[in-house]
Design a protein around this ligand. Structure first.
Ligand code: NAG
Ligand code: NAG
Ligand code: NAG
Length: 243
């Protein structure tokens, strides 16, 4: 903890990457310490990239998102799709609002599609998006009007890379159609979708270079991919269903 602190403080001015590979909870402690003043606010303010790649980091449900300053960050990439515990959504929303340079955002499975909508309308500049669950979760309020997911996606004109779909409700899939034309990478490796569901959007995805799908799309789905996606660099990555 101490050495990490010194290390990052000495990097002052150069802050580029805060990558928490194999450092256990130390990285999170660093952030947490920031809110306690051990790591000074200006250091946290310089974080550009926060990619959490260890899922056990936040076992004690630490509210790490709240450690960022309220008055503006230079975050360009925030990735926490592997984090297993729920996050403080209000703090995340504030962080997104306060991070005008944010280009990459990958959410974990606890973020519902309703919350995704709230983030997207605040960050239409995103180029890379991991959607979180892409399902409604438990918070579908009776009689409340559904957000306009299609226009939220349509507003994200720079989006090229789309992933997530951890607990997808395929009913919402057509929402991604507006961004398909510019997508170069689409990762549906968590999304059990049928041939028909794939075909409802894949014909718009002419620029795809990378595509991951599950075998639930069947041969017919892969044929539709072959007919549309002429730029695929590698063969489509087909993963086998986990059930
Ligand atoms: C935010 O507040 C911190 C601490 O008060 C200050 O050092 C920093 O310059 C402020 N940043 C912006 C973008 O206003
Ligand atoms: C695709 O990208 C171009 C260039 O960035 C942009 O002008 C256009 O609006 C995008 N199209 C969509 C459907 O987002
Ligand atoms: C797609 O997602 C899976 C599961 O998260 C991951 O293992 C794989 O590396 C991803 N593929 C790309 C191209 O990002």
């Amino acid at each position: 903890m101490d050495w990490l602190c010194r290390y990052f403080c000495e990097l002052d001015g150069l802050f580029g990457l805060l990558l928490m590979a194999g450092s256990g909870s130390a990285g999170i402690l660093l952030l947490s310490a920031g809110s306690l003043g051990v790591v000074s606010g200006p250091v946290i303010q310089k974080i550009r990239v926060l990619d959490l790649i260890e899922s056990e980091l936040v076992e004690d449900e630490m509210d790490w998102i709240s450690c960022f300053p309220q008055n503006g960050t230079c975050l360009e990439s925030l990735i926490f799709d592997c984090v297993d515990s729920p996050i403080n959504f209000e703090a995340l929303e504030r962080l997104v609002v306060n991070s005008p340079s944010l280009k990459k955002l990958r959410l974990n499975r606890h973020v519902t599609i309703v919350q995704l909508y709230r983030l997207m309308v605040r960050a239409p500049q995103l180029t890379h998006l991991g959607t979180g669950s892409f399902g409604p979760g438990e918070i579908v309020a009776q009689g409340e009007q559904e957000p306009d997911y299609v226009s939220a996606f349509a507003a994200c004109k720079s989006l090229v890379c789309l992933s997530g779909f951890r607990e997808i409700n395929a009913h919402y899939l057509p929402a991604i159609v507006p961004v398909c034309a510019n997508l170069t990478s689409l990762n549906l490796s968590y999304a059990t979708i049928s041939t028909e569901q794939l075909k409802s959007f894949i014909y718009h995805c002419h620029k795809l270079q990378t595509l991951w799908v599950l075998d639930s799309v069947c041969d017919e789905g892969l044929q539709a991919v072959a007919a549309t996606c002429k730029d695929l660099h590698e063969p489509v990555q087909v993963s086998f269903g986990r059930d």
